[in-house]
Design a protein around this ligand. Structure first.
Ligand SMILES: Cc1ncc(COP(=O)(O)O)c(C=O)c1O
Length: 419
């Protein structure tokens, strides 16, 4: 038996070793990343009428997270069918990917039988697979142009995928709308055969979408320079309330002969945020190309996460493939879009009632979850510090966080900082 003296001296030696290990920790060079400011400041604020307009998720008119009734029904059906929990294939649940393709491209699309498609970890995962696929197989320069501004994660995702990220002009701070001339100029000036990322609808963060006529000009410019179009469709149905209207750009490009690629997300339009349901697809020239692209997508996905989760995809498949549920879902998407459109109108109306002399028509002209208010970073700071209204510094507010109850207070706060 060890004497108590020996035990104590062994313990002391272990402690010394641990200190030595800590002093030369493997991770000593890891730099601290920046804090997520809105969330932290919002949490720390004890005011009971504080407003959080920084979240990228839909809230109902009580400010609560919303589970679509069609999703509840579909989920109940999925659970009741007591399916097994076996792995999906590398490219996911086929009933889901087939239906997702029809939703995006349209049931009569020429793309459907030459489409390589894989389920993805929501929209972000789709962009990541797309970035990796282009980095490995795009025949031209591995440079992708994203709009200025764009969803902040675009540049990060594409950079981490191995692409070089450049920007093209998109938004005019003067008109608070689309700067089509500058955008077309940048498309023309880019090295021929470059990759261009387009938000299919409900541009994040500006809420500014090209009209159908403007999309036609953009398509012509892309074609003239032999560029390649990558569409990010994170809000199909969520913008206008109509899934076909919101897919206009995607379908128009395909109809004009572009073999686009597409990232789809079901986070917003089905409210399946945390279930991470999405798809990445590539329109190919023919069946044999599709088979080759399919095989390479599998080669990319397998070492990343092997195969995707099944539960959310089963729910989405149930909705998309059951006619009554599909009709119900279309109605619910429209309700969400309409609530957002109503909140935009109410905010503008309240600002005008307060006597604001500014032209707030951009709030109602913009579309989708976000509004780009045109407020400066200093004014956004003031909103947070003096009025407990939290959103991103670039002046973007999530309209989905506005309710009939808080819209009056929000308008007052904006009026006080902007006039
Ligand atoms: C433009 C855009 N693309 C993609 C995404 C991806 O979202 P998710 O990964 O949740 O589907 C978002 C989410 O906010 C977005 O705004």
């Amino acid at each position: 038996m060890l004497s108590s003296l020996r035990i104590a001296s062994r313990r002391a030696a272990t402690a010394r070793n641990l200190v030595a290990v800590r002093a030369s920790s493997t991770w000593r060079n890891v730099a601290q990343g920046p804090p997520v400011r809105i969330t932290e400041a919002f949490k720390a604020d004890s005011f009971d009428k504080k407003i959080n307009l920084g979240v990228g998720a839909y809230r109902d008119d009580q400010g609560k997270p919303y589970v679509l009734p069609s999703v509840r029904k579909a989920e109940d059906k999925v659970i009741a069918s007591r399916m097994n929990k076996e792995y999906a294939g590398i490219t996911g649940v086929p009933e889901f990917t087939k239906a997702a393709a029809v939703l995006a491209y349209g049931k009569d699309s020429s793309a459907l039988d030459r489409l390589a498609i894989t389920q993805s970890i929501s929209g972000t995962g789709a962009l990541r697979i797309g970035g990796a696929f282009l980095a490995r197989w795009f025949p031209g320069a591995k440079t992708i142009y994203v709009p200025q501004p764009s969803w902040a994660n675009h540049a990060a995702v594409f950079k981490d995928s191995g692409l070089t990220v450049n920007k093209y002009n998109y938004y005019s701070k003067d008109t608070l709308g689309l700067n089509l001339e500058m955008m077309l100029g940048d498309i023309n000036a880019a090295y021929p055969g470059s990759i261009f990322l387009f938000h299919a609808c409900a541009h994040n963060p500006t809420g500014v979408d090209p009209t159908e006529e403007q999309w036609k000009k953009i398509e012509a410019a892309v074609k003239a320079k032999g560029h390649y179009a990558f569409f990010d469709m994170a809000y199909q149905g969520f913008a206008s309330g109509d899934v076909d209207k919101d897919a206009f750009a995607v379908r128009y490009f395909v109809s004009q002969g572009h073999d686009i690629c597409l990232a789809q997300s079901f986070a917003k339009n089905m409210g399946l945020y945390g279930e991470r349901v999405g798809a990445f697809s590539v329109v190919c020239a023919n069946q044999s190309e599709k088979a080759r692209v399919d095989s390479q997508i599998k080669i990319l996905v397998r070492p990343m996460y092997s195969n995707p989760p099944i539960h959310g995809a089963r729910i989405a498949a149930e909705i998309l493939n059951t006619p009554e549920l599909y009709e119900q879902w279309l109605g619910e998407v429209k309700e969400m879009a309409d609530r957002i459109i109503t909140m935009r109108a109410l905010l503008k109306e309240n600002l005008e009632k307060l006597g604001s002399q500014h032209d707030w028509s951009h709030i109602t002209n913009q579309i989708g979850m976000f509004a780009y208010t045109g407020l400066t970073p200093e004014q956004m700071d003031q909103l947070a510090k003096e009025h407990s209204v939290y959103a991103t510094k670039d002046g973007r507010i999530s309209v989905a966080g506005i309710t009939s109850e808080n819209v009056g207070r929000l308008a007052e706060a904006i009026f006080k900082v902007k006039g």
